[in-house]
Design a protein around this ligand. Structure first.
Ligand code: DAH
Length: 349
């Protein structure tokens, strides 16, 4: 009985002194292991007289559970590093610190900021409009009347039980801005757009566009060409590829006729393929060109919709996909990656 008492004291002291789980494990083995001190006592009690056996057996079992419990509590504390440091009063200053994790801007946000920066330096203001729109701003005012077949080009998400919709393009911001501001004006309007579409590597129900609009007394398609050429040059010459190969190459653009209800004439802007410099490769379907944006000279009906006299003003508008710009800049082949929230993807930017 006396040795049980001293064992209890000894074990208790040793447990308190342990500094890690390994030491604790050694103590466990010393007392409770196969050849542990308590185990040995328990195996010998059968040789004792009955009253003694009952007494010692009870005491030894109590001690066994006591030590077990002490070790468990101690281990739990150790697992909680800070609790353990408090308990022992020891802080290991040689352990390397934990590096805090810094987040960063999403690649699409980075691209949007770059676009804004370039256009701002060319005298454009950055403006915004609502993501939930009315039929008037998204369609009618842009010369797309109700029964016009061109409406089919935008697969619209309508809000339930209302006249409202999720904007299919950033073009309505043109209308909202011109209602409140008189020309001359130069704006870009970046923002989120939505279409009711099946998703694949190049389509998302949710994506980003940048709209552009410049109106003055005399603004021609040549002005448009110069500004867009400058934009692409600056936007892509700073991409890693261009700088690695020596300070950025000349980027060529070309303008093709196209159709949009809100511009006349309308055009599509292509840019020389970044991958092959116009020689033709799989990225540009061997054409040497990549489609970059829709654009045109603002249609007289658009001026009329905002109460301006088309005879007094001239201007151009354009719209391009931010996701597409980002995909080209960083050579990303699937638009869905931007919205996946996959850190393995995001941490590369
Ligand atoms: N809103 C058009 C689209 O989503 C893009 C566009 C084309 C915008 C021509 C324009 C423009 O301002 O002039 O497909």
């Amino acid at each position: 009985m006396a040795s049980l008492k001293s064992l209890k004291k000894q074990a208790q002291e040793e447990i308190t002194k342990t500094r890690d789980l390994k030491e604790l494990d050694t103590i466990f083995k010393k007392y409770l292991g196969k050849r542990g001190k308590i185990t040995q006592i328990l195996s010998k009690i059968k040789n004792l007289r009955k009253e003694k056996r009952v007494k010692v057996g009870k005491e030894a079992n109590l001690l066994k559970n006591f030590i077990k419990q002490k070790i468990e509590t101690r281990a739990k504390k150790m697992r909680d590093i800070s609790a353990s440091a408090e308990e022992t009063g020891v802080i290991d200053i040689t352990i390397p610190g934990k590096r805090p994790l810094f987040g960063h801007l999403h690649p699409l946000t980075q691209v949007q900021k770059k676009v804004e920066e370039i256009f701002q330096s060319l005298g454009f203001s950055v403006v915004e409009g609502p993501e939930i729109e009315t039929e008037w701003y998204n369609f009618d005012a842009l010369n797309i009347p109700k029964d016009h077949p061109a409406r089919d080009a935008w697969n619209t998400l309508w809000l339930k039980d209302s006249e409202l919709l999720l904007r299919t393009q950033t073009s309505p911001v043109q209308i909202r801005y011109m209602e409140k501001n008189n020309p001359p004006l130069r704006i870009i309007a970046p923002g989120r757009t939505f279409r009711h579409e099946a998703t694949d590597a190049s389509h998302e129900v949710n994506f980003y566009q940048v709209e552009g609009l410049m109106i003055d007394k005399k603004v021609s398609a040549a002005n448009f060409r110069a500004i867009i050429q400058e934009f692409f040059q600056r936007f892509f010459s700073e991409s890693a590829e261009a700088s690695r190969e020596g300070g950025g190459k000349q980027i060529k653009i070309r303008i093709r006729p196209s159709y949009f209800p809100f511009t006349e004439p309308s055009f599509e802007v292509d840019m020389s393929c970044l991958n092959c410099q116009g020689k033709g490769c799989s990225a540009c379907s061997q054409t040497g060109w990549m489609e970059m944006m829709g654009a045109g000279m603002v249609h007289p009906n658009v001026y009329k919709a905002v109460g301006l006299n088309p005879k007094n003003w001239q201007g151009f508008a354009f719209g391009m996909g931010l996701d597409r710009l980002a995909m080209m800049k960083y050579k990303i082949n699937d638009i869905r990656l931007f919205y996946s929230g996959d850190l393995r993807f995001l941490q590369q930017f």
